[in-house]
Design a protein around this ligand. Structure first.
Ligand code: SF4
Length: 365
């Protein structure tokens, strides 16, 4: 940590102008996002956890439905894990959902159902790190603490013209913070990074702090980003009409002809990931194929990206390998099942799962 670098980044006289310009811009231009309608710590917490590593548009799809299902921390604490995972399905990084439920239990058991009202108290909750604790404390309780996420880091580096890192970032953010409106200030910094000071081609001409910015554009990169890995995956899509329930795991009725059927009457064969898997334990997915049953081309392909890997996914209308244990799941139950994000994507592309089928309830499969 180097305090001199922090102050050099933006001296106090400029810091005053920075926070005034930023807040005026935020008041006039902030996006109307559902979680901004309330300072209820439960809602702030939920939105912050959902927004970690997930796009705003995807969170908006899930946020209201999750609140409809679990409107208060007590409801979440009392819910079965399968219900919470089903409501979370499609957001990815399912460890967040498990930690959310665990933290809800701690809040109910150790705090009488009331959120700790300080950054320090919040940080003691499972799944709540320094950023999340600062965001909740400032937005819900008005505690004057800065929150530094990826968007804020980028803004601070460009404004200062320095590759600030670690404690320097937090110190600079706290130096700039508007102590009387810490929650709005933190959200304004994130908003600026999300919609103006974007990773590529920042819109400097419309930026409220352009006159104070050292770079007015992208900070020169010192290292090249790591290239994305490319991998291929193959899955068996095994669908049958429930009126024709012969054991068709040999693939008899899984060609394109059944696409005109009423999908609500059908079933799809899924397997559950091991409970001790490091990724997405206990979630349901299509059986993976090591090979492609000799067919020349898959029924369809799609692309799926997870962190540093781009997958090309081949989906084959074929039976699962006979040694794969799994279950036939009625299509009407799919919205209640904790599906992996990729399984949901495949079933939607196949026309089996429709968007409106994601009503959530405890999974009993
Ligand atoms: Fe980002 Fe450009 Fe604004 Fe600087 S002037 S903070 S680079 S948008």
């Amino acid at each position: 940590m180097n305090p001199a670098r922090t102050l050099q980044a933006l001296p106090s006289s400029k810091a005053t102008t920075f926070r005034r310009n930023l807040l005026a811009w935020y008041d006039a231009h902030r996006r109307d996002l559902p979680w901004r309608a309330s300072r209820d710590p439960y809602r702030v917490w939920l939105s912050e956890i959902m927004l970690q590593q997930t796009r705003v548009a995807a969170v908006m799809e899930h946020y209201r439905e999750f609140l409809r299902r679990f409107p208060a921390v007590g409801k979440l604490a009392a819910a079965r894990e399968a219900s919470v995972l089903a409501a979370w399905s499609g957001l990815g990084y399912y460890r967040r959902a498990r930690m959310l439920r665990t933290a809800a239990k701690v809040i109910v058991r150790e705090h009488g159902g009331t959120f700790p009202a300080s950054q320090e108290g919040l940080r003691a909750l499972p799944g709540v790190g320094r950023y999340t604790a600062a965001a909740i404390a400032s937005i819900a309780f008005g505690e004057p603490v800065a929150a530094v996420d990826g968007n804020v880091e980028r803004v601070l580096q460009r404004v200062s013209g320095q590759r600030l890192a670690g404690e320097e970032l937090w110190q600079t953010a706290n130096h700039l913070l508007a102590a009387k409106r810490p929650g709005d200030f933190n959200q304004a910094m994130m908003e600026l990074g999300a919609v103006v000071c974007t990773p590529r081609a920042p819109a400097c001409l419309t930026c409220p702090v352009v006159e104070l910015c050292a770079t007015r554009g992208e900070l020169a990169a010192t290292t090249k980003p790591a290239p994305q890995k490319k991998l291929a995956l193959h899955y068996a899509l095994n669908y049958r009409n429930r009126n024709n329930r012969g054991d068709d795991r040999d693939g008899d009725d899984r060609d394109g002809d059944d696409r005109d059927d009423d999908r609500g009457d059908g079933e799809v064969f899924l397997v559950q990931r091991p409970r001790n898997a490091s990724l997405m334990p206990g979630m349901w997915e299509l059986p993976e194929l090591a090979r492609t049953n000799g067919a020349a081309v898959p029924s369809f392909t799609l692309r799926h990206s997870i962190t540093v890997t781009d997958y090309t996914v081949g989906v084959w209308r074929a039976a699962a390998p006979s040694n794969v244990p799994g279950k036939w799941i009625p299509v009407l139950r799919l919205g209640h099942v904790a599906l992996t994000g990729l399984a949901r994507k495949i079933l939607r592309q196949a026309g089996i799962l429709r968007k409106e089928s994601r009503r959530v309830a405890p999974a009993r499969v």
